[in-house]
Design a protein around this ligand. Structure first.
Ligand SMILES: NC(=O)c1ccc[n+]([C@@H]2O[C@H](COP(=O)([O-])OP(=O)(O)OC[C@H]3O[C@@H](n4cnc5c(N)ncnc54)[C@H](O)[C@@H]3O)[C@@H](O)[C@H]2O)c1
Length: 259
């Protein structure tokens, strides 16, 4: 049915879903009744996430995928369709950065970041949209951008360019896919603490200073669930929203600084 998520067992496909914010999103969708397909490059973490979702009582699969590679992405979406069904929701979450001094940033580093963050978002979105169009169903695509699409620290150009690209890709795809009942929105996290959401073998205790917390108007650093809640809203309760970007940063980016 165009414009709506179809009834029955719903499927979410999440890139970078093995750990970090993506793992938080995967668990939240599983808790909400979705089957989950995870694409990631961290197999140990992916297996752990799949086992956890099994305990929640939902179906889950892990596929070893570099989202910048066309063949990997097509293999992942074909397996997802075969094993779980065409994804009702795609969350483009996988992302990398390259924090190098601008004057020393190589073209290879720059391209690698665009390849994972921007090309990966394009490839996965196109593959899922083709399946939904084939199945004559609507759906929702959610792109994880960043407040860094709009503001910067020094020496983060590869990452900020990629996140700006993701925000623009979001409104572009929203227009191109609107007629097929596919809504496309972005979520831009601020500072999200992911230590508790890494592979258990690598997890470490998070520590935030009073200053870290105080620079957020809400008084704390974020957690993956803050982002997952927005993704669930965009997937399930936002049928009149497309092409938008929701900033979730505890108010950090609207705080005026005089020093
Ligand atoms: N944590 C934050 O404060 C923050 C803030 C703003 C935006 N974000 C964005 O949120 C998303 C998730 O960030 P995170 O902090 O959870 O990162 P993370 O590094 O903890 O997790 C990212 C996951 O993506 C996987 N991944 C990396 N490259 C991949 C590739 N080429 N193909 C498939 N999977 C790949 C990693 O293995 C990992 O499991 C990213 O897009 C990031 O830019 C994070």
């Amino acid at each position: 049915m165009h414009g709506n998520i179809h009834m029955g067992e719903k499927v979410v496909a999440i890139t970078g879903g093995a750990q970090g914010i993506g793992r938080g999103i995967a668990y939240a969708f599983a808790e909400a009744g979705y089957s989950v397909s995870i694409a990631d490059t961290a197999a140990d973490a992916g297996d752990e996430a799949v086992a956890h979702i099994g305990k929640i009582g939902r179906r889950a699969i892990y596929e070893h995928v570099d989202v910048s590679r066309t063949d990997d992405v097509h293999r992942w979406i074909a397996r997802t369709v075969r094993d779980l069904g065409a994804p009702d929701v795609l969350v483009n979450n996988a992302g990398i950065n390259a924090n190098k001094p601008f004057l020393e940033l190589s073209v290879e580093d720059f391209d690698r970041v665009q390849g994972v963050n921007v090309r990966g978002t394009f490839l996965c979105s196109q593959a899922v949209a083709r399946e939904l169009v084939k199945a004559k169903r609507g759906g929702a695509i959610i792109n994880i951008a960043s407040t860094r699409a709009f503001m910067s620290e020094a020496d983060t150009e590869a990452y900020t360019a990629s996140k700006g690209g993701i925000v623009a890709l979001t409104h572009g795809m929203a227009i191109s896919l609107g007629g097929y009942g596919i809504r496309v929105n972005a979520v831009s996290p601020g500072w999200i603490e992911t230590s508790d959401w890494q592979y258990s073998g690598r997890a470490k205790d998070p520590h935030h200073s009073d200053a870290d917390n105080a620079q957020h108007p809400v008084g704390r650093v974020g957690v993956p669930d803050d982002i997952a809640k927005a993704c669930l809203f965009l997937a399930n309760d936002a049928s009149f929203m497309t092409g938008q970007n929701i900033i979730i940063d505890g108010g950090m980016s609207v705080k005026m600084i005089y020093v």
